[in-house]
Design a protein around this ligand. Structure first.
Ligand SMILES: Nc1nc2c(ncn2[C@@H]2O[C@H](COP(=O)(O)OP(=O)(O)OP(=O)(O)O)[C@@H](O)[C@H]2O)c(=O)[nH]1
Ligand SMILES: [Mg+2]
Ligand SMILES: [Zn+2]
Length: 321
C-alpha cells in the first residue's frame, strides 16, 4: 500500500475523488471508523489516502482501452486520515475555503436580502471572506445596483454582472477571481438558478459546468448542479461549483450564538461599545449607536432588518437567552 496526501475534489455517494500532491487521482471511500468518530470528509478536505498502486495501474490500463471499470470495486484505496480544517461550511458542504462567492440574481429568482445576509453571517462566523455577486443585471438593473450598494456599504466586495448580455462588472469580477483567488480555495453559494455555474463557466470556459434552464412558471432553477466539485485555478488554488439550495433548506443557522450575531455584521463593528446601555440589543434602545448609524444611512436598512430577523430566529431557538 502507498500513502499520499491530497485534497478531495469531488464526492458522490460516499466515493471521494482525491487529487494527490503528486497529481495522481485516486477514487476511494472513507475508512469505516470515521463514521463512528462522527467525521464526514468534505470536498476541500486535505486527506491522507492509502491505495494499492498496482490496482490503480490496472484501472488506468482498463480506462485507456476504453473498458468500463469492472474489476473488483471502483475504489483504489481509502481515505486514512482527514487533516484539521481551517474552515467548514454545511451548506454548501465544503471545507477549507477562504472565499465565498455569495451569488444572487437581480430577478428570476427574486433576491432575498435575508438569504444573502444569512450567508454573509455564516461566512463571517466561519472566518471566510464573503464576496457578493449579483447576476442577471439585464433583467433588473436597478435592483442589481441597489444590492451592490447595500453590500459595498457593508464593507464587502460586490459585483453586478450579466453574463447573458456581457454587461456590468464582468471584467472586474474575472480579474478579482483570478488574482484574489490565486492559491486559495473559493466556493460559490446561492439559491438554485442564481447563475453560479454560468459565472464559473464564463471565468473558466474550459470547465463547462452544467447550466440549467430556469422554469418559466416558477422562476427558479432545476438544481442542475448536483454535487460540489473543485476545479483547479491559478497558483494551485481551487474554485467550487455547488448545488443551489432552495429557501426551505436554508435553516442551518443555529450554530451561531445569539451573543455572536452582532459580530457577524461587519459594518456594525465600529459602533460596538458605543451604545448608552452596555447590554444594548441594538433593536430599539435609546442611545443605541447602531440605530443612530442606521438613521444616518451608514448602515443599510435591509441589513439591520436581517439582524432583527436573525436575532428573533436565534432567540426562538434559545428562548432562555
Ligand atoms: N437573463 C439572464 N439569465 C442568466 C444570467 N446568468 C445565468 N442565467 C440563466 O439562469 C439559469 C440558471 O443558471 P445556472 O448557472 O445554472 O444557475 P446555478 O446557480 O448554477 O443553479 P443550480 O446549479 O441549480 O444551483 C440559466 O438558464 C442561465 O442561462 C444572466 O446574466 N442573465
Ligand atoms: Mg449550477
Ligand atoms: Zn445598541
Amino acid at each position: 500500500m502507498k500513502q499520499s496526501d491530497g485534497i478531495i475534489i469531488a464526492a458522490v455517494g460516499g466515493l471521494y475523488t482525491v487529487r494527490c500532491d503528486d497529481e495522481e487521482i485516486i477514487r476511494c471511500p472513507a475508512r469505516g471508523v470515521f463514521r463512528h468518530q462522527g467525521i464526514t470528509p468534505l470536498v476541500g478536505d486535505r486527506v491522507t489516502v492509502e491505495y494499492d498502486p498496482e490496482k490503480l495501474a490496472e484501472r488506468r490500463k482498463d480506462e485507456k482501452k476504453g473498458e468500463a471499470v469492472t474489476r473488483g470495486s471502483a475504489a483504489d484505496g481509502y481515505i486514512a486520515k482527514v487533516h484539521p480544517r481551517r474552515s467548514e461550511l454545511i451548506r454548501p458542504p465544503v471545507a477549507n475555503i477562504d472565499l465565498l462567492y455569495i451569488t444572487a440574481a437581480a430577478a428570476k429568482p427574486d433576491p432575498q436580502t435575508i438569504v444573502i445576509d444569512k450567508m454573509t453571517c455564516v461566512a463571517e462566523h466561519s472566518g471566510i471572506e464573503p464576496v457578493i455577486i449579483v447576476t442577471k443585471l439585464d433583467l433588473a438593473p436597478e435592483r442589481a445596483e441597489e444590492l451592490v450598494k447595500i453590500y459595498k456599504l457593508a464593507g464587502y466586495r460586490a459585483f453586478a454582472v450579466s453574463v447573458t448580455s456581457g454587461t456590468g462588472d464582468l471584467e472586474a469580477l474575472r480579474e478579482f477571481v483570478k488574482t484574489e483567488g490565486a492559491g486559495k480555495i473559493s466556493a460559490f453559494a446561492g439559491v438554485s438558478g442564481a447563475g453560479k455555474s454560468t459565472i464559473l463557466g464564463y471565468i473558466y470556459p474550459h470547465y463547462k459546468p452544467e447550466v440549467g434552464e430556469v422554469s418559466r412558471k416558477l422562476g427558479r432553477g432545476r438544481h442542475t448542479t448536483r454535487t460540489v466539485t473543485l476545479y483547479e485555478t491559478e497558483g494551485g488554488g481551487y474554485i467550487a461549483d455547488t448545488p443551489g439550495f432552495s429557501l426551505l433548506d436554508f435553516t442551518n443557522f443555529d450554530f451561531i450564538e445569539l451573543d455572536d450575531l452582532v459580530h457577524a455584521f461587519r459594518e456594525f463593528q465600529p459602533y460596538l461599545g458605543m451604545c448608552r446601555y452596555r447590554d444594548c440589543s441594538h433593536t430599539k434602545e435609546e442611545g443605541c449607536a447602531i440605530l443612530a448609524a442606521l438613521e444616518e444611512g451608514k448602515i443599510a436598512r435591509s441589513r439591520h432588518d436581517s439582524y432583527l430577523a436573525l436575532r428573533a430566529e436565534l432567540k426562538s431557538k434559545n428562548p432562555w437567552k
